[in-house]
Design a protein around this ligand. Structure first.
Ligand SMILES: *Cc1c(COP(=O)(O)O)cnc(C)c1O
Length: 426
């Protein structure tokens, strides 16, 4: 028995499913999760000493690669002063200024500890600001695991049914309406019916939790127009896309200005961090200035701020990183597409910059329904073969691949060889 298998046997006795987040389980694949000891650059190493090229990248935070020396050193320096004070610190001010001075649609920002918390709080601020209760989300978009957003919530919960999770009272999701991604008419219909009660439309501007699904031409700008027409706020959940598609996230990439934006993942560089921000008049609704209560014992934690600010500074000071990620994405995802095209196999590869998903379907994947047409059993076979070839993918058809600047040419070539080998055999 491998060390991972031994650890998993122990884990399942004391941790539900043996994992602290369901996306880490290999249940859909019929395997045991690999327990990780360390990671460096684009490589991750399990407790059995196996090396993999990692495309999970901690689900996005490691955009500069694992164990980045500057990030690690900033944490080591910060630790010397103590781990947490629960009091105001200079680095929180630096972080807030850094973001607000560089991202035009963020005039004020509040730090929290996870993406879930960021989105939950942004929704509360939107409701407090508008005095309205209803929200519109999109099927297949994931916004964390707070009660009111666990409706058709994508990847980890792609099990169907409303609400998706047991333990969520009907009342908690009564004000959550669901529209279809890339379908402005479905949003319009909801707004025509209940527009005067809608506080916000929340969207992943590039969906990455039902696999990667790109917004079609006019979708995001159409949401902006509809929100303005009905007095609803537009919230971009940029927990994945923020600082990834561009420094200013999808809002910058697509040139559409949201009222509020949520961040996570990259903003913490691997530490537990989230943030929400946007228009000043909305953010001034948040306590202690306004009546929308939101708090956090560890929010703005100095160690987390040090890691996050170091990573954001590197990203901002090296804008060529974004061109580099586009090129690497083209080489990897374009290379995969070329292999599939050569074999004449009907798969769909959705990709943008460093994000990509190979869907085992011959349908154009543009929303939740088409994403769900993917053959998850075929994905499981592919996943297992790739793992055997030393390629570490997310164990689900409905997750993205994350490229980092640390993915070398050799690593990308090795990945393409593994893909080619697999599809030559099937
Ligand atoms: C990961 C994710 C979240 C939740 O963030 P956590 O830090 O896991 O709570 C929210 N929204 C999107 C788009 C995400 O990808």
């Amino acid at each position: 028995m491998s060390e991972s298998e031994k650890l998993f046997q122990r884990a399942v006795k004391r941790i539900p499913g043996g994992v602290n987040s369901p996306v880490r389980a290999y249940g859909a694949i019929g395997e045991t999760p690999r327990f990780i000891r360390r990671a460096d650059g684009c490589y991750i190493y399990d407790v059995d000493g196996n090396q993999y090229i990692d495309y999970i990248d901690s689900w996005g935070p490691m955009i500069l690669g694992h164990n980045h020396p500057a990030v690690r050193e900033s944490v080591a320096r910060a630790i010397e002063n103590g781990l947490s004070f629960g009091c105001a610190t200079e680095i929180e001010v630096q972080m807030a200024e850094f973001i607000c001075e560089r991202i035009p649609h963020v005039e004020m920002v509040r730090m929290v500890n996870s993406g879930t918390e960021a989105v939950m709080s942004a929704i509360r601020a939107a409701r407090g600001f508008t005095g309205r209760d209803k929200i519109i989300k999109f099927a297949g978009c994931y916004h964390g695991h707070s009660d009111s957003l666990l409706v058709s919530a994508g990847s980890g919960v792609m099990t169907g049914g409303i609400p998706d999770s047991a333990g969520v009272p009907k009342g908690c999701v009564a004000d959550t309406m669901t529209a279809a991604y890339n379908d402005l008419d479905s949003v319009k219909t909801l707004l025509e019916r209940e527009g005067s009660q809608v506080a916000a439309v929340i969207v992943e501007p590039v969906a990455a939790n039902m696999g990667v699904v790109l917004p079609e031409e006019g979708f995001l700008s159409g949401l902006r127009t509809l929100c303005d027409e009905y007095g609803a706020l537009l919230i971009f959940d940029e927990v994945i896309t923020g600082f990834r598609l561009a420094f200013g996230g999808a809002a910058q990439y697509y040139n559409v200005r949201p009222d509020l934006v949520t961040y996570g993942k990259i903003i913490g560089a691997g530490m537990p961090v989230g943030a929400y921000g946007g228009r000043r008049e909305i953010m001034e609704m948040v306590s202690p200035v306004g009546a929308v209560y939101q708090a956090g014992t560890l929010s703005g934690n100095p160690i987390a701020m040090a890691a996050g600010l170091t990573q954001l500074t590197l990203l901002y000071e090296h804008p060529e990183i974004y061109r580099e990620l586009e090129e690497k994405g083209e080489r990897l995802y374009g290379g995969m597409e070329a292999i599939l095209a050569k074999k004449g196999i009907g798969y769909r590869l959705n990709h943008i910059a460093s994000l990509g998903s190979l869907f085992f379907t011959d349908r154009n994947v543009r929303d939740y329904v088409s994403a769900k047409s993917a053959d998850t059993a075929a994905f499981a076979e592919y996943f297992k073969a790739m793992l055997k070839s030393g390629i570490h993918l997310a164990p689900s058809q409905f997750e993205a691949m994350f490229l980092s600047t640390a993915h070398t040419e050799e690593a990308i070539e090795a990945t393409l060889e593994a893909v080619e080998k697999y599809f030559s055999a099937v």
